[in-house]
Design a binder for this molecule. Structure first.
Ligand SMILES: [Cu+2]
Length: 298
């Protein structure tokens, strides 16, 4: 009799846990049980490398609650360290009826991503585990040569800065009428991946602050299919918030399924500028960056 009771308790615990997983509910597990808020992600959320528009329902003691300040931050556990990913803003947009929206740009796929939440500034200790799909071709990565940061891993050797180029919106396929909206961000540290735009202040490898000057972020407008190179670039407009836009383009020329980008960033503080590269290296074999580009999935 005693034995049967134990089995029943165990089975009901397993059942409860699996219910939480199936419904993607943030399962209470510790002190957060005192929080009146439960946060669930809405049906239709797609977590993928690149732009991911995510919506959530927040309930206060079981009732959908709007008017809260909900902050959402994605963190990936790489076993030896945890890193974040860029987003439009960690502060969610209140859609009403307890629904909130954030736009996250995932830098990589994997099964160890967790969403962390703050409600009215209070960290919710329950996290939501999500799996991020997609491929690295959903984004472009270009690296600095002399443009470096303090090694996030803590070594004394600086590492080249990584710029992340994400497709925010694209309309391609009508030569001369294509339009695009790219989102540019950079890795400052594992937990800092801000949007980049002219006047943005970043930190170099000293670390010492520097101000971003003019950014040349271009998409290929004339693709040489035979040689696999770009023979005509169109510079996008820096909108001052990480977004770079352009219209009247011919993006679909770029090998049909991808488009090519390249990037130059002026350092106003040092009075220098540098084309960013695919490998963070200067010289033969890698070009000077001006000829280097990255292809991103349309
Ligand atoms: Cu990762």
């Amino acid at each position: 009799m005693q034995f049967q009771k134990k089995i029943f308790v165990t089975l009901s615990l397993v059942f409860t846990a699996s219910m939480f997983i199936n419904s993607c509910t943030v399962a209470p597990k510790d002190a957060a049980a005192t929080s009146p808020y439960t946060i669930t992600e809405n049906a239709g959320n797609i977590h993928t490398v690149g732009r991911s528009d995510l919506t959530f329902t927040v309930k206060e003691n079981g009732t959908p609650k709007s008017g809260l300040k909900l902050e959402v931050e994605a963190m990936m556990d790489m076993t030896t360290y945890i890193h974040t990913t860029p987003s439009e803003s960690t502060v969610a947009t209140d859609l009403g009826n307890g629904n909130y929206k954030v736009t996250v740009y995932y830098v990589m796929s994997g099964t160890t991503w967790q969403l962390h939440f703050h409600v009215n500034g209070v960290h919710q200790t329950d996290h939501l585990t999500v799996t991020v799909g997609g491929t690295m071709m959903n984004k472009g990565t270009l690296k600095g040569i002399t443009d470096k940061i303090v090694d996030p891993a803590g070594s004394a050797t600086p590492v080249t800065r990584t710029y992340h180029i994400f497709k925010s919106a694209i309309s391609a396929g009508t030569p001369g009428s294509d339009s695009i909206d790219l989102f540019l961000a950079t890795t400052e540290s594992y937990l800092g991946m801000p949007a980049v735009f002219s006047s943005k202040i970043l930190n170099n490898e000293v670390p010492s602050a520097w101000t971003v000057g003019t950014i040349t972020l271009s998409v290929c407008n004339t693709w040489d299919t035979v040689n696999g190179t770009c023979t005509g670039w169109s510079n996008l407009t820096d909108n001052g918030n990480g977004h770079f836009t352009g219209s009247a383009l011919t993006i679909a020329n770029t090998g049909m399924l991808t488009f090519a980008v390249h990037l130059k960033v002026v350092n106003s503080t040092a009075g220098t500028n540098e084309w960013k590269t695919t490998g963070g290296l200067a010289g033969a074999g890698t070009g000077d960056g001006a000829t280097e580009f990255k292809k991103i999935n349309q």
